[in-house]
Design a protein around this ligand. Structure first.
Ligand SMILES: Nc1ncnc2c1ncn2[C@@H]1O[C@H](COP(=O)(O)OP(=O)(O)O)[C@@H](O)[C@H]1O
Ligand SMILES: [Mg+2]
Length: 137
């Protein structure tokens, strides 16, 4: 968990349209995943903490991903069981007819929510593979 003195950068990239119903669910998913990164990914002495939110649209397909460069989750059982947040993200993704994929390790965590086919780029990518665009905070 970060404290008030720590500076974590949040970057956003991508764009494209979504219906208001989709946008509502996507907003809730982003909120949960960004809070997860703030809550779980960084330690008290983290320097250079980064969270990237990426939304890409291709025709009727889209992918939303939230990545951080934090400590990852080593406890696979905890992660698989998940808490309330994991359940909410899965339920919202189901409503959107999308798949949730998580990639986690010592370099950080990426959670992707993908609707339909994105070819070989589907699924979670590490933060190092995510191009960066705007500095939000
Ligand atoms: N970005 C992240 N970095 C490291 N660990 C994470 C991250 N997101 C989730 N986790 C781990 O997965 C667990 C389940 O997350 P979640 O279902 O959102 O529950 P909660 O946030 O209420 O603990 C967390 O308790 C934490 O151990
Ligand atoms: Mg959570």
């Amino acid at each position: 968990m970060i404290d008030d003195r720590q500076r974590i950068r949040i970057e956003t990239r991508g764009g494209g349209r979504a219906s208001s119903r989709e946008a509502e669910s996507l907003g809730l998913i982003v909120t949960e995943l960004v809070i997860n990164s703030l809550k779980h990914a960084f330690s008290d002495d983290t320097i250079g903490g980064l969270i990237a939110v990426v939304y890409e649209v291709c025709g009727t397909d889209w992918k939303l991903s939230v990545s951080d460069n934090g400590i990852g989750t080593s406890n696979a059982t905890d992660r698989a069981k998940g808490g309330l947040g994991t359940g909410i993200v899965k339920a919202l993704a189901k409503q959107l007819d999308a798949q949730v994929a998580t990639l986690t390790g010592p370099q950080g965590t990426t959670v992707s929510v993908t609707h339909a086919t994105f070819g070989t780029s589907a699924g979670a990518q590490p933060l190092s593979a995510v191009p960066v665009m705007a500095d939000v905070a």
